[in-house]
Each structure stands twice: as structure tokens, then as C-alpha cells.
Ligand binder design. Structure first.
Ligand code: PEP
Ligand code: MN
Length: 337
């Protein structure tokens, strides 16, 4: 349940509510808005009951949250979460673009992509140093060397870095380098990893599991939020269906639906979603039209030579064209770009 306090509720009244909740076995999560304080009671309501909260002084309203996710629910934060990293906002008016190669391959590759994406208005560079590959014989990423190259590129081009963590053992290292920590589709329900990133003070980009329902995805976000990290960005990247003409089926319906039920920013990755470069631009544009807070795109200077996901990577030239189209659509739907 969510406890909405009166406008003029005192600190003492807030404290009393928190205490009462904790005595009943809940964890209390405070959200101090400009207008009023909202307290989320985290725990199993069917077991713990209502703790008589409604009768306490200073309480304006008690709203049960029907969904199994609580902290991720829009009831907790009606206005939507805006994540600020430096001068970049994710979830605000501006649609943010995260672009770069699937995997970090070399300094030359990274510098070239960084220059091109920056020139065309992107603020965030993507690139994997630890790659979740289907085959153990495929290129697995440059590991720490890859992280160092990302950091060097950030210095030179002034971009933010988003990169994937696959294993709690490398999390301290990845967190040291990344501005946004990515949890890939295959790890969406790696609950141990989710709890670990929840203890870090770094934004997390949580990709939708390749066979996850929206509710399971929001429950995964709940793991991160419930450990105290409020900065979760959800990323739709396609789900498994019977379709074979695409790598996955990009579920754009997730954008308005997740935004309805949750306050968290939602971005879309059409590169993994569709898996073929020629179909990526229209889906990137459609993601903006659907209300996405950002778009993640794989861009490679020479997709034919890419060590990973070349078939779905845009050349810098195609990326530039797609940026223009996304900008036009952003304007049409009242967003900045
Ligand atoms: C990636 O972004 O490089 C990636 C591996 O994505 P996903 O987890 O969506 O497959
Ligand atoms: Mn990829």
C-alpha cells in the first residue's frame, strides 16, 4: 500500500507512520515530493494487514497497490522518474539516444563511432566489454581492456557510457567505469545480480528478458529498487515469438503500457529487437512515436567486419539519417531531441 500524507503533515507524524509500518513487519520507503510525502509500505499486505495506518494523524489517504510490484508502480510516483547523469536527463522531455557497437573491439573502432554519433547528436555511447554470446567459441569481449577503452573514449568525446555487466564478480569493476550499468536480456531474472546492482549508486538499464512478460520485467526492476537504487531504466529489446523473419519481435506495445503502470523511463532497442539493419530505422522512428524516452542503436564503422551483431548494425551514415527521422517524429509528438 501507499500512504499519502497530508500537505502539512509534520516530521513527527511521518516518523510515527514509518515506525508503525516497521513494527508491523513492513519496510517503509519515503518519497518526498514538492507537494507532499508519500510512504510506500513494502511487504506482503495479505500477511501483514493494514497496521491501522489510516487512523494515524497526518495521513490523508491509504491506497492499496494491486500489482505485485510496489516501488516500480506509478502509484508511488505519479510524475514519472527523471534520471539525471551530468547534464543528460533520461525520462524527461528529451528523447535520448544511446549508440555504438555491440562489442568494444579496438580504440580505432570506438573513436570512430564516438565521433560520428556525437556529431549527430547522441549523448550516450554503448559498447559491450563482457558479451553474452550463445556460443562459447564466439568473441567474448575485451573485458577490462574494453572498459578502459570506453573510459578513454568518454574522456576524448565527452559522452556517457553504458555497458553490460554479466556477473556479480565483475560488477565492482564495471561500476567503476560505467555511467549506466546494463543488465542484458539473459540476466533479467538473475535475481542475485539484480540485488547486487540495487546496492550500487549507478543508474541501471534493465533489458526485458527474451521471454518475459511485462509484469515479470517490472518485478525484476522491483528487485533493484527494493535494494535502494531508484535509478532504473527499462529497455524493450524484442521477445521470442514464432516469427522467423526477424531475430525477435519488437514489442512496442510495451512502451505505452509500461509507462501507464510504472513511473520508470522506458527506452527501446530496435537493433536487437528486429536483428536486421534495414528494418532498424523504421522501428527506431516508431519507438519515438510510441513515447519511448530513448532509443538504443547498434552502430559500427564497418558492419561487415563486426565481431558481433554486424547484421543489425547501422553504418554511421545510416545512423545519421535515422537521427534526422527520429528528430522529426520527436517534434511531432511533443518531445525534444
Ligand atoms: C547488447 O545490448 O549488446 C545485448 C547483448 O543485448 P541483449 O541483452 O538485449 O541481447
Ligand atoms: Mn548486440
Amino acid at each position: 500500500m501507499v500512504i499519502v500524507m497530508d500537505h502539512n503533515a509534520t516530521e513527527e507524524q511521518i516518523e510515527t507512520v514509518v515506525q508503525r509500518l516497521e513494527d508491523a513487519g513492513y519496510r517503509a520507503h519515503l518519497s518526498r515530493g514538492v507537494e507532499r510525502t508519500i510512504i510506500g509500505a513494502i511487504g506482503d499486505e495479505t500477511q501483514l494487514g493494514d497496521a491501522g495506518i489510516e487512523l494515524l494523524p497526518g495521513v490523508a489517504n491509504v491506497i492499496p497497490i494491486m500489482q505485485p510490484y510496489k516501488l516500480a508502480s506509478r502509484v508511488m510516483r505519479e510524475e514519472g522518474t527523471v534520471i539525471t547523469i551530468g547534464d543528460v536527463e533520461i525520462g524527461g522531455d528529451t528523447v535520448q539516444v544511446m549508440a555504438g557497437p555491440c562489442a568494444v573491439e579496438s580504440k580505432e573502432q570506438l573513436f570512430e563511432v564516438a565521433e560520428k554519433i556525437k556529431e549527430n547528436g547522441a549523448r550516450i555511447l554503448r559498447g559491450g566489454a563482457y558479451k553474452p554470446r550463445t556460443s562459447p567459441y564466439s568473441f567474448q569481449g575485451l573485458a577490462e581492456k574494453g572498459l578502459q577503452l570506453l573510459a578513454e573514449t568518454r574522456e576524448k568525446y565527452g559522452l556517457l557510457i553504458v555497458t553490460e555487466v554479466m556477473d556479480p564478480r565483475t560488477l565492482p569493476l564495471v561500476a567503476e567505469y560505467a555511467d549506466i550499468i546494463q543488465i542484458g536480456t539473459r540476466n533479467m531474472q538473475n535475481f542475485y545480480l539484480l540485488r547486487e546492482v540495487g546496492r550500487y549508486n549507478k543508474p541501471v538499464l534493465l533489458k526485458r528478458g527474451l521471454a518475459a512478460t511485462m509484469e515479470e520485467w517490472l518485478m525484476a526492476a522491483e528487485y533493484i529498487l527494493s535494494e535502494g537504487n531508484p535509478n532504473v531504466i527499462l529497455c524493450e529489446r524484442g521477445i521470442r515469438t514464432f516469427e522467423t523473419y526477424t531475430r525477435n519481435t519488437l514489442d512496442l506495445s510495451a512502451v505505452p503500457i509500461i509507462k501507464h503502470f510504472s513511473h520508470l523511463p522506458v527506452i527501446v532497442d530496435p537493433s536487437h529487437g528486429i536483428g536486421k539493419f534495414r528494418f532498424v530505422p523504421p522501428m527506431a522512428v516508431a519507438a519515438v512515436a510510441a513515447g519511448a524516452d530513448g532509443v538504443m542503436l547498434e552502430v559500427h564503422p564497418n558492419p561487415l567486419e563486426a565481431l558481433c551483431d554486424g547484421a543489425q548494425s547501422l553504418t554511421p551514415k545510416k545512423f545519421a539519417k535515422t537521427m534526422k527521422q527520429m528528430a522529426a517524429v520527436a517534434q511531432a509528438v511533443g518531445r525534444k531531441f
